[in-house]
Design a protein around this ligand. Structure first.
Ligand SMILES: Cc1cc2nc3c(=O)[nH]c(=O)nc-3n(C[C@H](O)[C@H](O)[C@H](O)COP(=O)(O)O)c2cc1C
Length: 350
């Protein structure tokens, strides 16, 4: 939904639309964000970056804060840490790199992050949350936001307390993934909690968890009153969802057209070798649930973008472009065209 009228504001920053790609390490990079934006994603988060990596010399993690050469706005840079001064130092440094918003990750459940007091571990330290938001909102020009879980575990769901502390110290938006750290990604996301959060704070709220379809976007918005939704795993291999199009409505030709665009973005950003590696990670998601798995090894072995595109072309001759994706989901088997048999791929050095 990209309208003329902003859906909401983050401080003074207007946000047009209400579907947003959730931050996902190893996936929500420059090429994938470019594709999602084409389908109408209203705003983008970078993958999260540890503050320790931002206070010293340049290192490969800095690349996670790249923005597309054609420009990306509004752009949220997400960082995580467990020391307020260090978070401030890192935030001040990256503010100049093109961030429209700086977001503090308070949701990462990975033990090496959360058990060190960062990510969702921050939610166990209300004083640290208060100090971090107080310092950042006092010293940065851009709005500061945070992404939470419900809490550490079932027995300590303190998202309302933490959200109020954040907002009391200047946070401009709160995003809530409706699961605890103990749940990781299991179980059902608690949309009731997102509704309670929306009632409790006077800044925009983004709801997150268990959005798979266009109907889910509308259901979450209606049920919780949230201002926008963050879509994570369901957007992988499925950028159409950001534009409120269900994958089931697509034809095979529409999927391969986007695969080509994604390939070009990946190669132009990463170069051939890393671009193909990156593309193959996404290809698995694009093909997920479809009868196309046997095709993956040949793509994975493609040494050049041209070889990858030839395979795509071959696939397009084998599968009619007008075939609905829903039909490809039901097929259990697909005859492999010549180039996809192991022997041919070997001899053609595909
Ligand atoms: C592979 C992967 C990487 C993720 N990386 C991040 C991250 O860097 N920052 C963050 O806030 N959340 C991260 N998340 C969590 C998602 O943003 C999101 O909160 C979660 O997947 C729930 O939303 P979903 O049900 O739509 O997937 C990650 C999730 C996945 C699956």
């Amino acid at each position: 939904m990209n309208s003329q009228k902003p859906s909401f504001f983050i401080c003074d920053l207007p946000i047009y639309g209400d579907t947003i790609l959730s931050p996902m390490a190893a996936y929500s990079d420059v090429p994938f964000r470019a594709i999602c934006r084409r389908f109408g994603a209203a705003m983008h988060y970078t993958e999260f970056v540890p503050t320790e990596a931002l206070i010293g010399d340049p290192n490969p993690l800095w690349r996670r804060l790249d923005v597309h050469p054609a420009g990306e706005h509004p752009m949220v840079f997400q960082i995580f840490g467990s020391d307020a001064q260090q978070i401030l130092f890192a935030a001040q440094r990256i503010e100049a790199w093109g961030a429209d918003v700086i977001d503090i990750n308070m949701g990462c459940s990975v033990p090496k992050v959360s058990e060190k007091g960062a990510g969702v571990g921050m939610m166990r330290q209300p004083k640290l949350v208060a100090e971090t938001f107080r310092l950042l909102t006092r010293h940065l020009r851009v709005p500061v936001t945070g992404k939470l879980r419900l809490g550490w575990d079932e027995a300590s769901q303190n998202y309302l307390e933490i959200a109020k502390i954040m907002v009391g110290n200047g946070a401009a938006l709160v995003a809530l993934h409706g699961r605890t750290r103990s749940q990781k990604y299991r179980g059902q996301a608690d949309w009731e909690a997102i509704a309670k959060l929306k009632q409790a704070v006077n800044v925009p709220v983004l709801g997150n968890g268990d959005i798979h379809t266009v109907a889910d976007i509308d259901r979450m918005k209606a049920y919780t009153g949230c201002d926008g939704v963050l879509i994570g795993r369901a957007a992988l291999g499925n950028p159409w969802l950001l534009g409120r199009i269900d994958r089931e409505q697509l034809t095979f030709g529409e999927v391969t057209a986007v695969l080509r665009q994604h390939l070009h973005e990946a190669i132009s950003y990463y170069g051939t070798r890393d671009g193909l590696r990156n593309m193959n990670r996404h290809l698995k998601k694009y093909f997920s649930g479809l009868a196309l798995k046997p095709f993956l090894p040949a793509f994975q072995a493609a040494p050049t973008a041209v070889a990858f595109e030839e395979l795509l072309h071959e696939l397009e001759t084998a599968v009619p472009s007008h075939l609905p994706i829903a039909d490809l989901r039901q097929m259990s088997h697909f005859p492999l065209p010549r180039k996809f048999t192991a022997k041919d791929a070997e001899s053609a050095k595909i």
